[in-house]
Design a protein around this ligand. Structure first.
Ligand SMILES: [Zn+2]
Length: 507
């Protein structure tokens, strides 16, 4: 048991949430729930990034005050996360007074470090990314992410001496013994980041002459560059002002994000922290991009999927499960609603849902709704028990490695083994021929449901509760997974649900 401070990026409020945001946030939520179950002191942070040139322009174009605009969009994010059962401990907004005070305090410390100087910046800037691009980063002169032409900016700004930190960052990433060590994952991203640092770091501009932002304490005519402002949320949210509160959670255990913003998290952010004498986060993990039905998701193509669209079709729990099971976390992949529907019917309706429904139905039909006492172990019983133990171990190892599809595969494997066990033991025959053996088989089926009901919790919190209720027990997360899944803890003689609703109706 320890502490586990996990973050999503704070989302830029130029648009309402889409499934890209939901993907990262659900992944973080699964990990937060898993670590709470392990007994860790978890702090799960998400929020919204509300300053910057782009927000100022979007709001102005709509003829609204930026403050009203950001209030409206932040509320949309909160609503989307509530609908998806996201269990964040705090929702930060960069327009919060507490955050702004923390940003000012940090910028004063950074200024005092001597790593800030005034200079002139000229360059090509993508207002959607809120960053400058060099000519060789642009694709046909366009932003590689937004495929829009950057604008030319020329301003007097303050700069941070990022260039000075290259050697320290390389050592911190590569050497596990380095006092500031942090992991950059997956390996492809780590190599990319190290390669770019070795190619040379340029100092970065950390202020802008725009009114929508946090004024620099040492020059109120400029506001803090939106990316620096945003990164600082990770420390202002846990009480940068208050050393006791701050030390409880810092350094962050895991920053999760999509790969387009790994540079900010794996290079700029650790350097800013080192400049003021703070430790970098422990682990920075960037997941891949996904296409929707083979196409890049974009407003222009009209194929943007909102989390609510999936929830209406599949329900909340299945949406969480299906999004994380499409392709390995960390790689690029494709989200197809057709494949999600197929997977829903196969894994959730046919396999898991049917296992739950038929088990409860058999206990009702053959045993008057009461789970029988198990007798001696016979035939495939030992294999079923071993499968349950192995699934528990594989599940735990997979989640520790952020391998969501691996954890889901471990659960599916146990479901498949149990459905096979039912075919092998044929309880419908035993009900006429061998009541004692029938009792053992039905007990074993129900015991697997107890294990499964707990294992699905991080992905499907409502389903977990329902499965446990159907077999007459309470979901109990007070003991860690390894103890919970130990075989044989289901008390016999408990009453199952008399008329269970199918868990996942076919679509
Ligand atoms: Zn861009």
């Amino acid at each position: 048991m320890g502490k586990f401070f996990i973050t999503t990026p704070i989302y830029y409020v130029n648009d309402v949430p889409h499934i890209g945001h939901a993907y990262t946030t659900i992944a973080a939520d699964v990990l937060a729930r898993f670590h709470r179950w392990l007994g860790d002191d978890v702090f799960f942070l998400t929020g919204t990034d509300e300053h910057g040139v782009n927000i100022y322009q979007v709001a102005s174009a709509q003829g609204v005050d930026p403050r009203d605009w950001v209030d409206r969009i932040a509320a949309e994010f909160k609503r989307a996360w509530a609908e998806l059962l996201i269990s964040n401990d705090y929702f930060i907004r960069t327009t919060d007074a507490r955050h702004e005070a923390g940003v000012r305090a940090f910028m004063e410390r950074l200024y005092a470090s001597g790593d800030i100087y005034k200079g002139r910046y000229e360059g090509k800037y993508c207002v959607n990314c809120e960053r400058f691009y060099s000519e060789d980063e642009l694709v046909d002169g366009l932003c590689p992410i937004h495929l829009r032409p950057p604008v030319w900016y020329a301003e007097d700004n303050y700069f941070f001496r990022l260039s000075k930190y290259a050697d320290r960052l390389i050592a911190a990433i590569e050497d596990p013994e380095d006092p500031n060590h942090y992991e950059v994952e997956p390996p492809a991203r780590r190599n990319e980041v190290l390669g770019k640092i070795r190619a040379g770091l340029l100092d970065i501009s950390i202020s802008r002459a725009i009114p929508w932002g946090v004024p620099l304490p040492f020059d109120p005519d400029q506001t803090v560059y939106v990316w620096v402002d945003a990164l600082l949320n990770y420390i202002t949210a846990i009480g940068f002002h208050d050393p006791a509160a701050f030390d409880r959670y810092w350094p962050a255990d895991l920053h999760l994000m999509a790969k387009d913003i790994i540079w900010f998290h794996a290079v700029i952010w650790p350097a800013l922290l080192l400049a003021v004498g703070l430790r970098p986060p422990r682990r920075v993990f960037a997941h891949g991009f996904f296409t929707v039905n083979g196409q890049k998701m974009s407003k222009t193509l009209g194929n943007v999927i909102r989390p609510g669209d999936l929830v209406r079709r599949f329900g909340v729990d299945a949406t969480r499960w299906l999004l994380l099971s499409q392709f390995p976390f960390g790689q690029d992949g494709d989200i197809s609603e057709g494949l999600m529907a197929q997977r829903y019917n196969a894994e959730l309706a046919n396999d898991l849902g049917n296992l739950v429904n038929r088990t409860v139905a058999m206990v009702n039909r053959y045993c008057e709704g009461v789970i029988p006492e198990p007798g001696p172990e016979e035939g495939p019983d030992g294999e079923l028990k071993a499968a349950a133990v192995e699934a528990g171990q594989a599940f735990q190892a997979a989640l520790a490695a952020l391998d969501f599809s691996g954890a889901i595969a471990a659960i599916n494997g146990l479901v498949a083994r149990t459905n096979r066990y039912i075919e092998e033991t044929a309880p419908w025959n035993l009900s006429r021929t061998d009541r004692r053996r029938l009792g053992t088989v039905l007990y074993n089926q129900a015991e697997v449901l107890r294990v499964l009901g707990h294992l699905v919790t991080p992905f499907m919190p409502e389903t977990a509760r329902t499965i446990c209720r159907y077999i007459g027990v309470e979901l109990d997360l007070s003991r860690p997974p390894a103890e919970t899944v130990r075989w044989g803890q289901l008390p016999p003689r408990v009453r199952v649900e008399a008329a269970p609703k199918p868990l996942f109706p076919r679509i």
